[in-house]
Each structure stands twice: as C-alpha cells, then as structure tokens.
Design a protein around this ligand. Structure first.
Ligand code: ZN
Length: 164
C-alpha cells in the first residue's frame, strides 16, 4: 500500500544566523531563526514523511524545548525518521518539495540539497525532488521576512500495517 504525506514549514529570516536549507549552507546576509538550524525545507520533508507513515509530527519527536536538538543540523531529524520508518516497515518511494524564497537564488544549490537529503534518508537523489520559487514580492516571503517550504512524501508500507 502506498501512502502520501504532506508537510509545511516556515521560519523567520534574522541577522546573525547561517542560512541552512536542505542540509546545505547558502551564502546570505541572514539566516533562519529557530531552535535547531531552522532548515525549513528539511522540516517540511520530515513532516511529510511522518504524516505518510501515520506518525506524530516533527514537534512531537524533536520538541524545541529539548536541549538535544538545540543548534543541531536538521539532517539528524531525517536520520532519526529513517529509523522510525524502518520500524514501520515503510519504504520511501519519493519526496517532492518546493521552497518559497525571494532571495537568495536557490537553484545552484539544489543538486547539493538533493544529495544531502538522499544521504540522510538512505535513498538515491533521484527519489528527491526539490524546486524553488519566489512569492513574486508578495507577503512575508516577498518582503524577505521568512522562507517557507512545502513537501509531499510517498511511502510503500509493507502489509499496509500502521502501528503507533
Ligand atoms: Zn521548522
């Protein structure tokens, strides 16, 4: 049985933080604010994977009150989720994601993002789709106050069994 999950995340752009998206550091004058490295793309993908497996959301497994996750690279979340999916006998079919980001330019970094995410999930880069679009200068993304990401994930569940 194939199951689909959806994920969405947004973080605020602030000075004094590195910009990390899809596990890749991108040169920029500001970075995303958050407890971990605030990698909105990975967080959206994490929620899509968890949702497809019928599990709790990213905040349940990696609460921002837990000092273990402070300033951690978000690929650690994907590595943990890989273990959760394995226990559910769920195999990743594919992940597709869109970054909504006015600046900087994302496209040159997409191959590195795919490689980083695929490595964390132990799948091939061809199973990871990443696109980037701007918000046409509209809203908080358009004003460069934050960066948003959305993702879907498909899982093949052995036997279709979902256990909590
Ligand atoms: Zn997040």
């Amino acid at each position: 049985m194939t199951r689909t999950g959806i994920g969405y995340d947004v973080h605020q752009l602030v000075t004094g933080r590195k910009l990390i998206l899809g596990g890749v550091e991108i040169p920029h004058d500001r970075g995303l604010d958050g407890h971990s490295d605030a990698d909105a793309l990975i967080h959206a993908i994490a929620d899509a994977l968890l949702g497809a497996a019928g599990l709790e959301d990213i905040g349940f497994y990696f609460p921002n009150t837990d000092p273990r996750w402070k300033d951690q690279p978000s690929r650690v979340f994907l590595e943990q989720i890989r273990g959760l999916l394995h226990r559910q006998r769920a195999q990743i079919v594919n992940v597709d994601a869109t970054l909504i980001c006015e600046a900087p330019k994302i496209k040159p970094h997409i191959p590195a993002m795919k490689a980083a995410i695929a490595a964390a999930l132990a799948v091939t880069p061809a199973q990871i789709g990443i696109k980037a679009t701007t918000n046409e200068t509209l809203g908080f993304v358009g004003r460069q106050e934050g960066i948003a990401a959305m993702a879907v994930a498909n899982l093949e569940m052995a036997g279709g069994n979902i256990s909590p």
